[in-house]
Design a protein around this ligand. Structure first.
Ligand SMILES: [Zn+2]
Length: 202
C-alpha cells in the first residue's frame, strides 16, 4: 500500500481487505466512504463491531449464533424434538428456517470433511451430535449438508457413525434435485421445501 497513507487509515484498509468480496482497492473505497459519513454513524458502526463478541453467543444446543442461550429455535416448545436437521453452517439453518416448512431441531456441524484442507473427523464437532443423539429423543437425523463432494463424504461418514452407535435412528438427506455443488444457504425456498419433503433414506 502507498506509504503516504496515514497509519490509522492503512490499518483499517488492511483489516477491511480481509472481508469476503473486498480486495485492497474496494477496502480503500469502503474506508473513504466511512470517512465521509457523519461521525455519529461511523461510531455506531464501530460500536456494533466492538459489541459483536459481547452480545452474541453460540447456542449450546445447536451451535448457532444467538443473543440468548439456548437460542429462540432451540427454546421453542412448539417444535418437534424427534427430527434433527444437520447443517454445515449457521446461515444454512437461517435459510432453511426462513421457509417455515421445517418445524424440528437443528444442529450446526461447523464444517465438512475436506482431506485436502486437513479437515478430518477430529475437526468436526461430532461430540455435540453424539451427545444429542444419546439423549434419546431424536428418531430421525436429516443431513442437509449440500451436494458438494465434501458434503457427500461427510454425509456417508456420519451415516456410518450413526448406524454403528444409534442403529434405531433413521438417517435421511435432502432429495437430490439440488444441482450438484449447491450449498443449502443459496437454495431458494421452494427447492428446499421439496427436497425436504422428498428426502431420501441414506
Ligand atoms: Zn440453538
Amino acid at each position: 500500500m502507498h506509504s503516504r497513507i496515514p497509519e490509522p487509515l492503512k490499518a483499517l484498509v488492511e483489516q477491511l481487505a480481509r472481508l469476503p468480496g473486498l480486495g485492497p482497492k474496494s477496502a480503500m473505497r469502503a474506508a473513504m466512504t466511512l470517512l465521509k459519513w457523519p461521525e455519529a454513524e461511523t461510531r455506531r458502526l464501530g460500536r456494533g463491531i466492538h459489541d459483536l463478541r459481547d452480545n452474541l453467543h453460540l447456542c449450546s444446543r445447536c451451535g448457532g449464533l444467538s443473543s440468548t442461550d439456548p437460542c429462540a429455535v432451540c427454546a421453542d416448545a412448539g417444535r418437534t424434538r424427534e427430527t434433527l436437521c444437520l447443517v454445515t453452517e449457521w446461515d444454512s439453518m437461517l435459510t432453511l428456517d426462513e421457509g417455515g416448512f421445517y418445524r424440528g431441531q437443528y444442529m450446526i456441524l461447523g464444517g465438512l470433511l475436506a482431506p485436502l484442507e486437513r479437515m478430518d473427523s477430529e475437526s468436526l464437532d461430532l461430540d455435540r451430535l453424539t451427545r444429542r443423539l444419546d439423549e434419546g429423543e431424536v428418531t430421525e437425523l436429516i443431513l442437509a449438508l449440500g451436494a458438494t463432494l465434501e458434503a457427500e463424504n461427510t454425509a456417508s461418514f456420519i451415516r456410518q457413525m450413526v448406524r454403528k452407535r444409534f442403529p434405531q435412528i433413521r438417517v435421511s438427506r435432502l432429495a437430490q434435485g439440488i444441482p450438484l455443488g449447491a450449498e443449502v444457504k443459496y437454495m431458494d425456498k421452494e427447492t428446499l421445501r421439496q427436497s425436504l419433503q422428498y428426502r431420501q433414506d441414506l
